[in-house]
Design a protein around this ligand. Structure first.
Ligand SMILES: Cc1ncc(COP(=O)(O)O)c(C=O)c1O
Length: 749
């Protein structure tokens, strides 16, 4: 094509069909703006300078001053000097060698600011630019962030696209000033009002509400300021990529598509891949590729640069995480603003059956997620239908089956979580498989195996009872001798004090070891290890210490006082929050628990650790890598207003959990139990109990006709009463009154 001069060579760039999407029948095109004489913003420079000359803002020979470290600097230096203007470019030390050499070779004056200010590098550059403007009173400042000629420059680009393609369904572009994407979108929407516009930004840019990270490594896109040329109404979906992800994508782009480009093209390419996976066959998707790769040889394409910034160690998300607006992200994530999009999906692997499980599903929906409930037995869950959750039946103990069940949601997954003790490892494993942040499944599995916990605590010197693992009945005697009598015999992995027994002599201990070794599956039918713990019996009150970890920083939620039923069983009968303890004892309990969590490697999420306070100090009984059961979160909600279940869901979906727990008053739960074995004939006095001052809830979980007995584990409870009040005395009085009002009658079989 013959051009009159080099400025006339701007535009009319190639549109190239990519390999990406071809397998699915989705047509993905790259608009190669890198084929402009310098780069995409040659268009902006030409438009802005010609308009300023036309409008009398820029006299013949008057200087042009702009702040830029990349493509606009090149465009202005090129077009400005070609038209006879001195060009001043204000930039910062992150400018690359190639751009600097080109600017100087073109004859531009380059001013490099030495340090960032409170608004990052952009702020410092603007201060310098204003000083220069004061020195040159005839100077023209193009102001790419607000000059309407910036987006207007893309009318031509949009027209080139519509000349080449009959229909465009999706437009993808990186966003710095917003000019290219919004300018192009505005024109394309005239032809297709349903155009789906996708902005690509970097982690740590404020453009779409993320907190500023001035040390981010990506250039060209992102911003520490809000440019007026970014028209949020034009953008239906925003993706953020981490530096490592953008750089890796840029290398993939040249390997797969043979396009040697800059990191903004790399990020656009990565997002095009995701949209191609998500789009129906026949969809046409266009991405804007702003510049060539040459400027990036010392960064994106340099292995040492990667090492220097710790990039090789950072995991690369295969698929983006769907988040809700307002979520702070640190790896590839996206939000959608188009109203007809399905909501982000939050996967639940099974659930507890004692209260909070179904509420978690409802809460997820209220927060704006689609709760997707993966279960092997939907019938196990009373009230599941009413939650509105999507139920997917699969073998939840089988990682492959879980992965397959999750597959249809992959493009819009917000997270994976569970309220079931028995699904903790499976849920963590699934999250890791899907590239979502989670506690390592091995850490969770370690906590669920009490023998492993004992070993790790011993290694770290965290106080705990003497303990022996017995794998064969013949070892029982030595174990009992080693820990002393009385002792506690319990399974290595169970919950709800199932089969935990205090034994006062060797015969009883041996018999119970035999009994536990004979058990092959837990209450959920999962196989259990053939191992028993024989432990020192600890004398002293029991507490649970509730913690919440975010990136290894553990927040103490509170300490709960427990009343355990009569020996030899250890059924918890009552929980009181906050526990009646002086500050120094709370401090000693929580520091012991912090040491224990550290020893087992738990860094993330809620934990519920049971501790006995012996005359010699706190001793760790067990660590549960989950929220407390037994309605303890309800006691926290009543006294602190903090919803721990919501905090769990927030953590699972990448949002900052609210875990500030300052109790106002006291709350307690007391469990209802059968006075003697028999068939439950009647539970009377419930309404009287409910009417008592301070009583907030009375629930009976057992049914008339059930065979009942004084409980030997948590599963033998018949229901509960919750009360709240200004003081512990007041709350316990309410519970005593409820106890007196409720009459449980059993009849002989
Ligand atoms: C290489 C590169 N890609 C993308 C962009 C983003 O373009 P816009 O400012 O039009 O949003 C820029 C902007 O400077 C850029 O230099």
């Amino acid at each position: 094509v013959l051009r009159h001069d080099i400025v006339d060579a701007i535009g009319d760039t190639p549109l190239v069909r990519l390999r990406t999407g071809a397998d699915r029948g989705v047509a993905v095109y790259a608009k190669l703006e890198m084929h402009n004489p310098y780069a995409m913003k040659d268009r902006v420079a030409k438009q802005v300078v010609l308009a300023a000359r036309r409008d009398g803002l820029l006299a013949d020979g008057a200087p042009i001053i702009e702040s830029s470290s990349g493509t606009l600097a090149l465009g202005l230096a090129f077009v400005g000097t070609a038209l006879g203007h001195p060009v001043h470019i204000v930039t910062d030390p992150r400018i690359d060698r190639l751009t600097l050499a080109k600017l100087r070779a073109l004859g531009a004056r380059v001013h490099v600011v030495p340090a960032m200010d409170a608004h990052g590098w952009q702020g410092a550059r603007l201060t310098r630019l204003r000083a220069l403007m004061a020195e040159h009173d005839d100077a023209f400042w193009p102001r790419q962030y607000e000059n309407p000629e910036n987006p207007a420059a893309y009318l031509a680009l949009a027209e080139e696209l519509t000349a080449d393609l009959d229909r465009i369904d999706v437009l993808v572009g990186a966003v710095g000033s917003g000019g290219s994407l919004c300018g192009t979108a505005r024109v394309l929407r005239k032809a297709n009002p349903d155009l789906h516009v996708v902005g690509v930004d970097c982690v740590g840019s404020v453009l779409f509400g993320q907190p500023d990270r001035p040390r981010r490594l990506q250039s060209g896109l992102g911003n520490s300021l809000h440019p007026p040329n970014l028209d949020h109404d034009q953008i239906d979906e925003v993706h953020w990529l981490g530096d490592h992800e953008a750089f890796a994508a840029t290398r993939d782009l040249v390997r797969v598509e043979k396009l040697f480009a800059g990191n903004t093209s790399g990020s656009v390419f990565r997002v095009l891949g995701e949209l191609a996976r998500r789009s129906a066959p026949g969809t046409t998707v266009v991405g804007i590729f702003p510049d060539r790769g040459d400027r990036y040889v010392d960064t994106v394409y340099d292995d040492e640069h990667w090492v220097e910034h710790g990039l090789p160690a950072r995991p690369i998300a295969e698929r983006p995480r769907r988040v809700l607006p307002g979520t702070v992200v640190d790896s590839w994530s996206y939000v959608r603003h188009d109203a007809d999009a399905p909501p982000p999906a939050l996967l639940f692997v099974e659930s507890n059956t004692t209260g909070t499980g179904m509420r978690a599903l409802i809460l997820a929906r209220d927060k704006g997620f689609e709760p997707v409930f993966l279960t092997d037995t939907p019938a196990r869950y009373v009230g599941l239908d009413e939650t509105g959750a999507t139920v997917v039946v699969c073998a939840t103990d089988d990682p492959e089956s879980l992965r397959a069940a999750a597959e249809p949601y992959r493009g819009r997954l917000a997270g994976v979580t569970t309220t079931s003790e028995f699904a903790l490892v499976a849920a963590a494993g699934l999250a890791v498989t899907l590239g979502l942040p989670a506690e390592p499944p091995e850490t969770v599995a370690g906590c669920r195996d009490k023998a492993t916990v004992r070993r790790l605590l011993a290694k770290a010197g965290v106080p705990q009872p003497r303990s022996e693992v017995v794998r064969d009945a013949a070892e029982a005697r030595d174990a009992v001798v080693a820990v002393g009598l009385p002792c506690v015999v319990k399974p290595v992995s169970e919950s709800g004090s199932t089969n935990v027994l205090r034994c006062d002599d060797l015969t009883a201990a041996r018999a119970h070891v035999d009994r536990v070794l004979a058990v092959r599956t837990n209450v959920r039918g999962q196989p259990v290890p053939r191992a028993v713990l024989v432990e020192e019996y600890l004398d002293g009150p029991e507490f649970s210490v509730e913690m919440f970890g975010v990136d290894g920083a553990q927040t103490l939620l509170g300490v709960v006082g427990k009343s355990v039923g009569a020996a030899p069983h250890f059924v918890e009968r009552q929980h009181v929050f906050p526990a009646d303890l002086p500050t120094d004892v709370v401090e000693s309990l929580s520091s012991t628990v912090r040491a224990a969590l550290d020893a087992v490697g738990l860094r993330r999420g809620p934990s519920h650790t049971e501790v006995r306070l012996t005359p010699a100090g706190p001793r760790i009984v067990e660590i549960n890598p989950r929220l407390a059961g037994g309605m303890i979160p309800e006691l926290f909600r009543l006294t602190t207003g903090t919803d721990l279940l919501a905090a769990q869901l927030d953590l699972a979906t990448g949002r900052e959990p609210e875990v500030d727990c300052v109790p106002d008053g006291c709350a307690a739960i007391r469990f209802l139990t059968a006075p003697r074995p028999g068939v439950l004939a009647e539970v009377d006095g419930l309404d009287q109990a409910r009417a008592l001052p301070g009583v907030t809830r009375v629930t009976v979980t057992a049914q008339v006709g059930d065979r009942v007995a004084p409980p030997t584990d948590a599963y033998g409870r018949l229901g509960y009463v919750i009360a709240r009040g200004a003081s512990r005395t007041e709350v316990l009085a309410s519970l005593d009154a409820a106890d007196a009002a409720i009459v449980i009658t059993t009849s002989a079989e």
